[in-house]
Design a protein. Structure first.
Length: 280
């Protein structure tokens, strides 16, 4: 089997990519309607986004236990893995990377290396994909980790959200802030880079897109671009047209729908883009 690449369900890589490269995905959990559901296993994106606006109690998210993660690692070793690289959602946003480190501590059979992607969604996914491609090229464990570290510093993720509602439900903003934001038609803009997540409040969705384009102008040229959405394919199509000039010619273009464990915090109707700066 050689080196095995592992990630969590927040990576948002399409299923066909995960299958093609043999990537192992550990599901995070979404807790809703009295049930703890494995993200992407017990609930899919379509069902989740259809149900979310109607829920009377806002869902929460959680991570798998250390023993569950360790069991997955040991299963991969039994199948022949000579090393494991486990790449996870930013430690600034989730405890998953710390739990993975604890799970790896007692394993002596093969090296298990844990990588904090410093990212969300396809910002994680592009690191995972790069690692899988490097593995196929026969790269050593540390060489693959170095590739991920380089990407972390050059990756920017943007998400223009349709509403403040779900950020408010999750406790990120107060009720007075939410009410004022609704009156002013404020749209949240998420920007993630090098482990730091920022919220910007922009008046109108159209201006959120303009803000993303302004930053793309500042960080170009780009090496790779990926797109994501939360049940907003038509809006995403227009966004792709608006930003097509930033997509490098000949690069692999990935589009993903945001998984429920992230979607619970942002709600439906959002669109986004992940941009990897070219090496300078």
């Amino acid at each position: 089997m050689s080196i095995q690449i592992v990630t969590d369900s927040a990576c948002d890589l399409p299923e066909e990519v995960i299958s093609k490269y043999g990537i192992e995905v550990i599901p995070l959990f979404i807790n809703m309607e009295g049930k703890s559901l494995r993200d992407g296993v017990d609930i899919n994106r379509e069902d989740f986004y259809a149900r979310l606006p109607r829920l009377t109690e806002h869902p929460t998210t959680s991570t798998p236990g250390v023993e569950m993660i360790r069991t997955r690692y040991l299963e991969l070793i039994k199948k022949g893995a000579t090393g494991i690289i486990s790449i996870h959602i930013a430690g600034s946003l989730s405890n998953m990377v710390n739990l993975a480190r604890l799970a790896a501590e007692g394993i002596r059979e093969v090296p298990v290396r844990i990588v904090d992607s410093g990212q969300i969604s396809l910002g994680i996914g592009l690191q995972v994909l790069a690692a899988a491609k490097e593995k196929i090229q026969g790269r050593a464990l540390q060489e693959i980790i170095d590739v991920c570290s380089g990407l972390r510093e050059r990756t920017w993720s943007f998400a223009a959200l349709n509403t403040l509602e779900f950020i408010h439900r999750g406790g990120r903003i107060s009720s007075p802030q939410y009410n004022i934001g609704r009156l002013l038609n404020i749209k949240p803009l998420i920007i993630m880079h090098a482990g730091e997540l920022k919220f910007e409040r922009v008046i109108t969705f159209k201006n959120s897109i303009k803000r993303i384009i302004t930053i793309l102008e500042e960080i170009k040229p780009l090496e790779q671009v990926a797109y994501l959405h939360t049940a907003a394919q038509e809006r995403l199509a227009e966004f792709k047209d608006q930003t097509a000039r930033y997509v490098p010619s000949g690069s692999e273009l990935i589009t993903g729908e945001v998984t429920p464990v992230i979607g619970v915090h942002v709600g439906p109707g959002g669109i986004g883009l992940v941009a990897v700066q070219a090496r300078r």
